[in-house]
Design a protein around this ligand. Structure first.
Ligand code: UVW
Length: 331
């Protein structure tokens, strides 16, 4: 999130837009649905029977990994204001040549490194407590529980559960006949359903939605100036009807090849990222961002199979607001 915008309860100071809390008045919430201590929200829909049924969507055994490369010298796609992971060698053959290596009996040499990163700086799961409004995070926990680290609804809970279910790829870029959706281009749940139908598939309750826009592919094809100037990502756009559809479909997880899962600025309300609150904070839908979907999409277009088993477990970062993940799809 941008760190320099200060919102009051009714209006954004910079724009003539309603606050997110006003926009979401009356919007459904799943707080308490899975008990007062819940930290994984809609992942509760992924019961053993749902997982066992999802395994039935495996046909050929082809596998795909969905993380973008991390600490990539070409750059990591990150939200403006964040920076990519930095990996540094602290031991390698150079240290041994310089007489600074740690010699051990038997003469083995080794390389070690460490890395610093934004936990939202690669393909990642957001903790349910990552974004909030009105002083309350997921399940109604006090926003003060975020101070110094997420004491409630951190990514660790998602990591300990793991995410396994039926995934469905919704290739919105291909559906609209484009390599990549335009800056700020929006779509709705109706478009997702039409896209699925064109692909010969149907979105079922409890499906994990993998939505491809081509946006992360664009990061690797254009200059950084091109990518970040006029930065309004394409994506889902808020409406009450869309939120009700997610609720009725009991969607546990959305996975997109964008940095923040939804159109950056909702063109109707002017709010920035309202679905983070409507879906994640209120319904407990988990968000997976910066996914690499281009190879999977090419294969789906080739073999016509758009549903599969999806498996992911972010790292168990205690009190973390998010964590890197390398999801696996098995077709
Ligand atoms: C922002 O916080 C902007 O997005 P994300 O959910 O990717 O961290």
């Amino acid at each position: 999130m941008s760190h320099d915008h200060d919102h009051d309860h009714d209006h954004d100071h910079d724009h003539d837009s309603p606050s997110i809390s006003r926009l979401l008045e009356g919007s459904p919430k799943n707080w308490g649905k899975w008990g007062p201590d819940d930290e994984v929200g809609s992942l509760n829909y992924l019961t053993p029977s749902v997982v066992a049924a999802a395994a039935g969507s495996i046909r050929s055994g082809k596998t795909f990994t969905l993380q973008v490369k991390m600490a990539n010298p070409e750059g990591d796609p990150v939200w403006p204001g964040r920076s990519g992971a930095v990996r540094i060698n602290v031991m390698d053959e150079g240290h041994f040549i310089a007489g600074k290596g740690v010699e051990t009996a038997g003469g083995a040499h080794y390389a070690d490194d460490y890395m610093t990163c934004f936990l939202q700086g690669s393909t990642q799961y957001d903790a349910l407590g990552h974004v909030w409004c009105d002083g309350q995070i997921w399940n109604g926990y006090d926003a003060k529980t975020t101070i110094g680290g997420l004491a409630k609804a951190s990514v660790c809970a998602i990591a300990e559960k793991g995410v396994v279910g039926r995934g469905i790829l919704l290739d919105m870029a291909r559906f609209r006949g484009k390599d990549v959706l335009d800056v700020g281009e929006t779509f709705t749940h109706h478009d997702l359903q039409a896209c699925a139908a064109t692909q010969g598939a149907t979105i079922e309750p409890h499906d994990i939605l993998l939505i491809r826009t081509g946006w992360i592919g664009k990061f690797y094809k254009v200059s950084r100036d091109d990518f970040y100037s006029d930065f309004v990502e394409p994506g889902l756009t808020h409406s009450r009807e869309l939120v009700d559809w997610f609720q009725a479909m009991e969607i546990p997880n959305i996975v997109t090849d964008t940095i923040a899962n939804e159109v950056t600025v909702d063109p109707v309300s002017g709010c920035v990222l309202p679905l983070h609150n409507a879906l994640m904070r209120n319904l407990g839908v988990t968000l997976t961002e910066i996914a690499w979907l281009d190879d999977l999409a090419a294969d789906c277009a080739d073999d016509g199979q758009y549903t599969f088993l999806y498996v992911a477990a972010p790292l168990k970062i205690v009190n973390g607001t998010g964590a890197p993940v390398n999801p696996v799809v098995i077709k």
